[in-house]
Design a protein around this ligand. Sequence first.
Ligand SMILES: Nc1nc2c(ncn2[C@@H]2O[C@H](COP(=O)(O)OP(=O)(O)OP(=O)(O)O)[C@@H](O)[C@H]2O)c(=O)[nH]1
Ligand SMILES: [Mg+2]
Ligand SMILES: [Mg+2]
Length: 283
Amino acid sequence: MANSKFEYVKQFEQPDVLLPNTWIVVRIDGRGFHRFSDRYCFQKPNDRRALDLMNNAAVEVMKELPDLNIAYGVSDEYRKLVTTIVSTFTAHYIFKWDTYFPGTPLEPPYLPSFDGRAVVYPTIWNLRDYMSWRQVDCHINNLYNTTFWTMVQKGGMSNTDAELELKGTVSSDKNEILFKRFGINYNNEPEIYKKGSVVYRQYQLEEPGHRPDPSGTQERSLEEAETGFAQDAKSSKTQQEKLRKLRRKAQVVVDHVDIIKDEFWERRPWILSNKPGKLPADG
Ligand SMILES: Nc1nc2c(ncn2[C@@H]2O[C@H](COP(=O)(O)OP(=O)(O)OP(=O)(O)O)[C@@H](O)[C@H]2O)c(=O)[nH]1
Ligand SMILES: [Mg+2]
Ligand SMILES: [Mg+2]
């Protein structure tokens, strides 16, 4: 098709390049999931199967795209990045649907789809704040939803009455409603609901959250990985290939922990840092 008279249409493709040397967040969100979750009778307020399915799709995306931590890689096209990640996520979500919802086949027009957008953050602290923002959102929504659905399901209230009573309440009010009226201690609710899920690569074989063994092969591979993560303009093709291999071999884990405090990041310096053991001083 080269040089055909139709080829001029290619010029309509606008350059769509993301700023290099930044932290790129691709945010994925279920399209029309309010209706979708009703159609397939997701449990309210949290359906463990639905969350596990989302997490599984996220893990598969991480496994399939080893350089997904694009901030360390070469700058990529916005469309290419977003469309690849979102379509890979959707593919796995549909592929695994039956495992998590056996006997509930997906039927058109109620098929899951997702939107995706890329946002670039210039500093680690912007990125950390983005993650914190999402986790705070998770906490606020979950406390509200847990209280709301407890009042409806256990308290026999109508949706409207529960909504009305919760209007203008603060966290402590909701904690009190849960505890005094229903004997529920919010602190004892499952971590996955309270904290959400964080998916990352684990380079040692111990349980997530443990410091790497200072002597041993696992530590060596961690160090290798961190060296590879350094975003070095001069980093050769072979070095990049080596890094990809390491990332491919790494275990992708799902955790439900605080990502607002420093501890999570300090214990896993390879996620954000190109220097082992500490956050780069970037402001
Ligand atoms: N019952 C139930 N519903 C869920 C669960 N997770 C997500 N949802 C539903 O999914 C919705 C997601 O909210 P939004 O992303 O804001 O809304 P949306 O309907 O997906 O609309 P758009 O994102 O604008 O397309 C929630 O409001 C819930 O209705 C779950 O575990 N259980
Ligand atoms: Mg949403
Ligand atoms: Mg949505």
